[in-house]
Ligand binder design. Sequence first.
Ligand code: GMT
Length: 381
Amino acid sequence: MKIAIVCYPTFGGSGVVATELGLELAKRGHEIHFITYKQPVRLALLNPNVFYHEVTVPEYPLFHYQPYELALSSKLVDMVKMYHIELLHVHYAIPHAYAGYMAKQILKDEGIRIPMVTTLHGTDITLVGNHPNYKSAVTFSINKSDIVTSVSQNLKDETNKFFKITKEIEVIPNFIELDKVEVAEGTPCYRTLMAKDSEKIITHISNFRKVKRIPDVIKIFYAIQKEIPAKLMMVGEGPEKEKAELLCESLGILDKVIFFGNSNEIDKILCFTDLFLLPSETESFGLAALEAMACGVPVISSNTGGLPEVNSDGFSGYLSPVGAIESMSSNAISILKDEATLKLFKKNAMEVAKRFDITQILPMYEAVYEKAIQNQHNTIL
Ligand code: GMT
């Protein structure tokens, strides 16, 4: 199939999922065209089936806001015609589903029918899309998609609760490419670079937005290091980072916390990690938690959104109510306190991650694409 994938190219779950999905589809022989404003961070172009088309928005002094949706719609139309693309897969409703719908309409006017699959990722529904300024356009573009998928059952339920959705939403969970995870037995882990043998390594990875509850991460670590020698790896960039550094300083733990910034070496960091913290306010899925689990890292998380569908309470880690710092800290300590317990949780985490291996999930997307194309074909007939 010839598929156009529209996504956000930045560090962040939806862009990562879209990129990894496209690359895997390309490996299976599909022709994949990424269409976005910047080359996605995890996109490797050395594959004859992978194309990248940049959307540029010409600046004009009259515009206070540059019309990205317009440029994206036009680019989609042009690329569909030029490369004979058969299907649009847009990740994140805002504004991609809206721009995709416009492209479909323009193409229809020229006698070209193309189906659109929209994948909902979370913040496009729970945080941004729900805002009254966006709601009607988001509802419209979801309902006008040919097939809608969501990354968790919880996100499907939330979408149906907050929007008047007339379409059935199919749940296709996020995935991990277990083959690629560099923690195979015997791989060097460079643990000694980051901590002493006696210290446990705790990690948090996110885009440091308010929704990630960064102060909770630090407070949980503060409680852990009082009981167990430990270091905290803070990976990512975002608006809460500066405050996080100040909080570490005021708690007197700055020497135990390493702020990495954005990293393309997540697997390497997870390789020497003992425990992952994700106390988010909401999380439609929690891809970062799954990536940790795939590297055999147990997860202490909140029990919000889709996290209970990923992290198995008392098995791959523990779940606590949002903001329950004490419970998260004592659960973390209970995992880290002896080697046997830690080893068991590590093994369990990897076992749960196996359910989300790309080899299980990718055929679900292929089936959805085939259905969308077939339905389109039947409508024309
Ligand atoms: O919250 C983020 O880290 C970014 C955000 C995004 O839109 O890229 O992530 C959302 O999509 C991810 C991939 O499906 C999910 O794993 C995250 O849970 C979800 N974030 C939220 O729901 C807050």
